[in-house]
Structures are given as C-alpha cells and as structure tokens.
Design a protein around this ligand. Structure first.
Ligand SMILES: [Ca+2]
Ligand SMILES: [Ca+2]
Length: 400
C-alpha cells in the first residue's frame, strides 16, 4: 500500500477494514489527514502565527552564546522566564534525523513558558468555561473529506465516520517497526476525556497532561488562556535549559541514571517497542506532570511524557535553508508546511517525544528532535504547553 491507487476504487471495501487500516490508508497512502478540518483550519485562522513579531529584540553579542534577562518582568504563576539570546539550534549529532540538521545559530527574545504540560485539570477548566468541543468529539463531514481527496473518489459511508481519535494499542508480539498502523488504532469515542476510548476516563489522571488534543484544540486553549504556543525555536531554547549542544535536556548522560539504576530522567519506554513495555520508569503511559526532574530552567517533561504542539508549520528541510554564518532571529517557522513523505497533508510541528520513545524506534526525546502532524489530529501521546511574550510597557509620555 504505497500508492494512492490502492484506495482509489470504493469505500465499500473499507467498511470491512479495521479502523487502524482505514486510518493508515488515509494517513499514509493518501497523505490525507484523518480528521477533516485542515481546510477549515486554514480558512479560519492565520496560516503562520506571528506571535512575537513585535516582541522586544534582545541585545546580543555576535559569535557566541548570549544570555539576556530583562528586568522587571512579572512572571505568572506556573511559568518561568527563559532568557533571550543566541543558541545553536538543531544538531549535527549522529543520533539525529535529517530534519534536525544542520545546526545553526538562532536568536530568540526573552519569553515565558509553562513549567509543565497543560494538565487534564487545566483543560477541564477551559472546557467548563467555554463549552468548547474538541476535534475528536466532532462528527466528520463528508463534503470536507471529499474536498481533500482525488476527484471522483466515491463518498465514504456515513456510518464509518464517527467522532474518535487515535489510540496507541500495543501488539501482543514483536512486529516490524516500519508500519505504525500496527500499533495505532482509530477508536470511536476516544477523546481527551476518554484517552483510550469510551471505557477509559480521567480518574486519577487529573495531573496528567491532556492528550487527544489537536493543534486546533491547543490553539483554542492558549487563546482562552491569553497565551500562545511556543515557536519551535523558543521550545528548543527552553528545552536545552542553557546547555550548549548537549544530547539531552539534562546533558549527555543516558536517560537511566547509572548511579541510581531505579531512577530515570524522563517518562520514556523501557522494554521492547511496541509490544513489551516494562514501565521501569514507573509509567506505562502518561505520568503526572513534574514526576521527573526538571531541566536547568526548571521545566518538566521537555523530554518525553507527551509530544508538545508548537505554533510553527512543519518543514522537513527547514534548516537547510537557514544561514550557518549568521543568526536567524526570532524565527516563526515557514509560511507553509513541507514534507515529501506526506505531500498532501499540512503539518504543524511537535517537540519533545513521548512515553512511547525507545531508542530502538524513536529517540526523539532529544531537544533538537522534530516531528510534524496534521493540525486536526489528536493522539494519545500528544499534548502541549503554553508560552507568552513579555509585555512591553510604552514609555510614559513626557510631562508638560
Ligand atoms: Ca514510561
Ligand atoms: Ca513533553
């Protein structure tokens, strides 16, 4: 199933197809987002957020790392101030994927960021206050799906189009790692309140990060909170915690502390992915925020637990277009997404990896690691955290 022709016939056969296969077909074969709101999200909001264009420009020193900490900044509860300045974004490390290369200098202004991922309790307050309905809770619309499929594609049977989301469902045996549809399953009724489906709930998970939220949902939350999503550059600046080109957010040491072998530095996967999860770190799925040590900026779970949406469009070869001899200042990401492996799917960036990360499959809990996903997609290992620009106070008018 590597070409769109395999789906081009009718939807009749798909009615008998397992949901995860249907999703895989839509997702991987057609390059089609298995939600349907891409068109709507493109129509309803700016394609490239411009949240920090007017932020104060930090003074920097050319040629090396700098740190700029503005005075008199009021830091809201639950956030920390990340100093502005220049840092090396991306990496040339052998562990890196191509979209992390090459490393290059970037300058960001000082900004604020949440110390932890948005929790279920926090997200519930937003829902209570607004009545917002997340993407996963909405009924798919046939006309919007057809608008993104090749002309002439017969309409899907409405009975297969029900609200739901993608849930990690481990196979019982070892499987090849080149087909993620084996361990991702479309589950009708899965949503932020029912992360693994209708039979699951949030009891005991009040302080876990919210999951099953699309980029559109995250945008709605941050706007309600008077905040915004971080840019990729800000997220990486924050994740590195002031360290320069270290492999992980805590340094170069491996995730498992050799001095204390029962101690792990992040909520990742132990065992054999994706069929055997020993949860040696204590958590087979999400963990309560702040369960693992923070980085040097006081930020929790910048590696693992859940992936975190950023504001930027995802462009796979983005760094190839950036200068290496001079710093890119406050990058907001590309104007539109670009990924040859998913040519028909607009994607927003995610950072930080998740509880599913295992070095045999995905070491993307490193601070330079990147990932793209369609903005209408929620999954059981994706959440977000908020950022905030530093308010500028206009200079007082001259007294007469
Ligand atoms: Ca774990
Ligand atoms: Ca995280």
């Amino acid at each position: 199933m590597t070409g769109s022709g395999s789906v081009g016939g009718s939807w009749g056969g798909l009615r008998k197809t397992a949901w995860h296969t249907l999703v895989w077909l839509l997702f991987a074969t057609l390059g089609f987002s298995f939600g349907y709101l891409v068109t709507r999200s493109r129509r309803s909001g700016p394609t490239t957020p411009d949240p920090i264009a007017t932020a104060p420009r930090a003074a920097t020193t050319a040629g090396g790392p700098t740190t700029v900490i503005p005075a008199d900044v009021v830091v809201p509860e639950g956030m920390v101030l990340i100093p502005g300045g220049e840092f090396t974004m991306g990496t040339d490390a052998t562990e890196a994927w191509e979209d992390e290369k090459p490393s290059h200098p970037v300058v960001v202004d000082p900004f604020l960021i949440d110390i932890h991922e948005v929790t279920n309790t926090q997200f519930a307050r937003f829902i209570d206050a607004t009545g917002y309905q997340t993407t996963a809770e909405q009924q798919p619309k046939v006309e919007e799906i057809l608008a993104q499929l090749p002309p002439g594609t017969p309409p899907p049977d409405p009975e297969i189009l029900v609200p739901g989301s993608l849930v990690f469902t481990p196979p019982e045996e070892k499987v090849p790692l080149n087909d993620f549809s084996v361990w991702w399953r479309w589950v009708p009724g899965a949503s932020w309140q029912h992360p693994e489906g209708p039979d699951s709930n949030l009891e005991g998970r009040e302080q876990h990060p919210v999951v099953q939220v699309s980029w559109d949902d995250a945008q709605a939350y941050v706007q309600w909170a008077g905040k915004r999503l971080p840019t990729e550059a800000e997220w990486e600046r924050a994740a590195r915690g002031g360290l320069q080109q270290q492999l992980y957010v805590w340094g170069d040491a491996p995730p498992r502390d050799r001095e204390k072998t029962d101690r792990y530095r992040a909520n990742l996967w132990q065992g054999e992915f994706p069929n055997r999860n020993t949860a040696a770190d204590g958590w087979p799925r999400t963990a309560p925020v702040k369960s693992f040590p923070p980085n040097d900026y006081g930020l929790y779970d910048m590696a693992g637990n859940v992936w975190e949406w950023c504001g930027d469009w995802y462009q796979r070869d983005l760094y190839l277009h950036r200068p290496r001899g001079s710093a890119t200042v406050n990058p907001l990401g590309p104007q539109e997404s670009s990924d040859p492996t998913r040519p028909f799917t607009p994607q927003r960036s995610q950072r930080g990896g998740s509880f599913l990360c295992h070095d045999t499959y995905c070491s993307r809990y490193r601070p330079s690691a990147r990932h793209g996903s369609s903005p209408d997609t929620g999954m059981s290992h994706v959440g977000f955290r908020c950022a905030l620009s530093i308010a500028t106070t206009p200079a007082p008018a001259a007294q007469p």
